[in-house]
Design a binder for this molecule. Structure first.
Ligand SMILES: [Zn+2]
Length: 210
């Protein structure tokens, strides 16, 4: 598995470029910004981007999607429960003092238990509402790797005070779906350093049961 993680944009969203070494087919997850740098990684590994996957419709995760699509022709995938939030990109841009990326159009909705493929690589879609209604995580079971979006961070969890957020739902998602994964699963959060499910089960203050 080829896997490059590039923090992009002012909020340093972790953009993942995941590729199959044999077929060179790839998916890009959360191309929030800095698309020239993302494309440089794609070219460095001689990859063909087949899918652009958005973990949730916050501007720092989706802002560069249309630019990447224009170059690669790859479809943009997002869970439909975040379509409303996607219509608010101008408002989101104003919150953080960014320029709006303009309209982003989604080619396909992805939902719980869908499987996304790039060559021989396969990722299960986990619908994990809480940070937003349509938040998803991608679980590469063969590699035991989780792309967590803003649902889980090293030592923390996603904020739930923005529109569509719910503390009750994120806790349900974390306990019901993410903590069900093996301890050795490597977690790539939407921001900040990597961690593992075991480490978070053990020490994340939001997940330890009293
Ligand atoms: Zn977010």
């Amino acid at each position: 598995m080829i896997h490059e993680i590039l923090p992009v944009g002012p909020l340093q969203c972790n953009c993942s470029v995941v590729g199959d070494e044999a077929s060179r087919e790839a998916m890009v997850i959360d191309p929030g910004d800095d698309i020239e740098d993302v494309l440089a990684l794609v070219r460095k590994h001689n990859l063909q981007v087949k899918q652009i996957v958005i973990t949730h419709a916050h501007i720092d995760h989706v802002g560069g999607a249309m630019k990447l699509k224009a170059v690669t022709g790859a479809p943009i995938l997002l869970n439909e429960n975040d379509y409303e939030l996607l219509k608010m990109l101008d408002t989101q841009a104003a919150w953080i003092g960014m320029r709006s990326p303009g309209e982003v159009t989604i080619d396909q909705s992805v939902k719980q238990a869908d499987t996304l493929q790039a060559g021989s690589l396969s990722a299960d879609v986990l619908h994990t509402p809480g940070h937003t209604e349509g938040s998803i995580c991608l679980y590469f079971s063969a590699e035991k790797k989780l792309i967590a979006g803003d649902t889980l961070f090293a030592g923390s969890i996603g904020r739930t005070d923005l529109p569509g957020g719910s503390m009750k739902k994120i806790i349900n998602s974390l306990h019901g779906k993410l903590l069900a994964l093996p301890d050795e699963t490597v977690v790539v959060p939407g921001h900040g350093p990597l961690t593992t499910i075991g480490e978070e089960r053990e020490s994340n203050p939001f997940l330890i049961k009293p």
